[in-house]
Design a binder for this molecule. Structure first.
Ligand code: ADP
Ligand code: MG
Length: 564
């Protein structure tokens, strides 16, 4: 219906708005980045839909964003001719937040308003940041292809509700008019606005147009210009050549594609030729997103075909164990009408993905070799995810294994800092295996009686306490020809580490303990497979050992904890 209604915001939106209006005071200028970013997304969506339905472009095929201000009216307008919204879409997108992100956003607020303002983009609540600087926001929009009478006007002061009504809107797309609060006059200054746009939105691939600066006549009087000019470079950043892009621009682009406010740790930008031609610009973030372990993740790598945005993919462009990677892959060869279904079975995508995985692994190898501090940051954030790759990607297993870091009986402190290569370089004369123990905590691992003989002989043991470690040791049989061996499994064969006196001690122990062992065997009967005397324990009287091919005690504990 065309009539005007007043609708209430969803509770979460109310909370969010309250926060925008009452507690976020620093870094307010980011509202412009968010609104420009939405306009750019709207253009991307239109360009994509227009591949199948060219009529959507009407007679207005040049996609742009316009930023205009009116000092008298104290308004700032962000105008796009992108996809626009229908009435239902406006209600869905600007009144409720169905996304799990909102809750997570509210839960992750720190109370430090500088940090909190930065969280906005990451959680997909950017639109509402307009209320940091405006006491009223008016949105008029018309969806591409819809009748001009199906325009929609949405208006709110950011309190509990908003109004919505149908209007006639001749032009396609969305206008967002901000009625600025008192004291926000800096956003009515063309120079200031240009500066903000160049800082945060230079990489946006469509032109952001503003009226050219006023000129002065001979008497020093201002003459308004009627010329519009692009404020940003307006070419897809990844399609520019590397030496034309500053680190600052790479970082700003990262923040845009990844919806993150922290700087990335590293990136790889390359044009690849060969069986498939594509450009990749891939980033390693420095922090884990809130939904790293959620099945329904929204973010991943963005797929473009010849500069047209196709989709953001969380499944197919990167393997699960590299799901933290963000950025853009732009193919020259894929068809523009590539769908999710096609993507699932595309051999071409497999080729592109394999190439990109190698790029990411090289990037990580580089970081590990040349910047220990950054690599430690990476490992803290994503090490557990990378470990999944040991079992997921056999083709790259050896490379992934080199990237792993562990705590060990010889490492400093509790951090995971020891690589398998470090371990191998410290192996004792005659040592053939890489020893490890899995346990539920570091203290449980360190206090395990199984370690006693290794302490005595000064042999390093890896202390594995992450859930994923059982999966790692189950999939990784060896590293550089050295087998991985649990210290808690089977009749531990120390090989050449064992000398003649050890063997004699073992025999003597067995002999002396025979009567006791018999009695314990009888007492425990069916409950154990065997009871053995050992000379390996130096402090503890007894320990449990599982068979060489049995499930480890730790894995059993993990499975029980998830109800198996
Ligand atoms: P996000 O951009 O992360 O989805 P926002 O709060 O910035 O979150 O925007 C919410 C939604 O509102 C967008 O996903 C989009 O559907 C819609 N929207 C916002 N601005 C525009 C616009 N200029 N054109 C079309 N749709 C828009
Ligand atoms: Mg947004």
């Amino acid at each position: 219906s065309a009539q005007k209604e007043t609708l209430g915001f969803q509770t979460e939106v109310k909370q969010l708005l309250h926060l925008m209006i009452h507690s976020l005071y620093s870094n307010k200028e980011i509202f412009l980045r968010e609104l420009v970013s939405n306009a750019s997304d709207a253009a991307d969506k239109l360009r994509f839909e227009a591949i199948a339905h060219p009529a959507l472009l009407e007679n207005d095929p040049e996609l742009t964003i316009r930023v205009e201000f009116d000092k008298e009216a104290r308004t700032l307008t962000i105008r796009d001719n992108g996809i626009g919204m229908s009435r239902e879409e406006v209600i869905d997108h600007l009144g409720t937040i169905a996304k799990s992100g909102t809750r997570a956003f509210l839960d992750s607020l720190t109370g430090d308003d500088r940090k909190d303002a930065n969280l906005i983009g990451q959680f997909g609540v950017g639109f509402y940041s307009a209320f940091m600087v405006a006491d009223k926001v008016t949105v008029t929009t018309r969806r591409a292809g819809a009748d001009t009478a199906e325009g929609v006007r949405w208006e709110s002061s950011g309190a509990g509700d908003y109004t919505i009504e149908n209007i006639v809107k001749p032009s396609r797309g969305t206008d967002i008019v901000l009625h600025l609060k008192d004291g926000e006059d800096e956003f009515l200054d063309g120079w200031r606005l240009r500066h903000i746009i160049r800082t945060y939105s230079d990489h946006i691939s469509l032109p952001i147009m503003m009226r050219a600066p006023a000129k002065h006549d001979d008497d020093g009087k201002e003459i308004e210009s009627d010329e519009m000019e692009a404020v940003n470079q307006a070419s897809a950043l990844w399609s520019r050549s590397k030496n034309e892009i500053s680190d600052e621009q790479y970082r700003e682009f990262y923040k845009h594609v990844a919806h993150d406010f922290s700087d990335p740790l590293a990136w790889s930008h390359a044009r690849v030729e060969g069986r498939q031609e594509y450009t990749e610009l891939l980033y390693i973030p420095s922090r884990a997103p809130f939904d790293l372990y959620e099945r329904e993740r929204k973010q991943g790598v963005k797929l473009y075909v010849r500069r047209v945005f196709i989709m953001e993919d969380t499944q197919k462009l990167m393997p699960q164990y590299l799901r933290f990677v963000r950025g853009v892959i732009d193919s020259n060869d894929l068809p523009l009408n590539v769908s999710r279904e096609i993507l699932q079975q595309s051999r071409d995508i497999d080729t592109i993905r394999a190439g990109c995985v190698k790029k990411v692994l090289s990037l990580l190898e580089d970081l590990a070799a040349n910047d220990a501090e950054k690599y430690a940051t990476f490992w803290d954030a994503f090490g557990q995810v990378l470990k999944e790759g040991v079992g997921e990607d056999f083709g790259n297993q050896a490379r992934i294994a080199k990237l792993l870091r562990f705590t060990s009986t010889l490492s400093d402190g509790d951090g995971q800092t020891v690589s398998l290569a470090d371990y191998v370089s410290r192996m004792k004369e005659g040592q053939e295996k890489i020893y490890y123990i899995t346990a539920e905590s570091l203290s449980a691992a360190r206090n395990s009686p199984h370690l006693e003989v290794f302490k005595k002989k000064g042999v390093e043991v890896l202390l594995l306490t992450d859930r994923i470690d059982e999966w790692v040791t189950g999939s990784l049989n060896e590293f550089e020809g050295k087998a991985l061996q649990s210290v808690a499994k089977g009749a531990l064969d120390l090989g050449a580490l064992e000398d003649e006196s050890d063997k004699q001690a073992q025999e003597a122990a067995e002999e002396a303990a025979r009567p006791v062992v018999e009695r314990i065997r009888k007492a425990l009967e069916e409950r154990v497979r065997d009871v053995r005397a050992t000379a390996r324990l130096t402090d503890s009287p007894a320990c449990l050992v599982v068979g060489e091919h049995d499930m480890s005690a730790n894995l059993e504990r993990l499975l029980k904890s998830v109800g198996q």
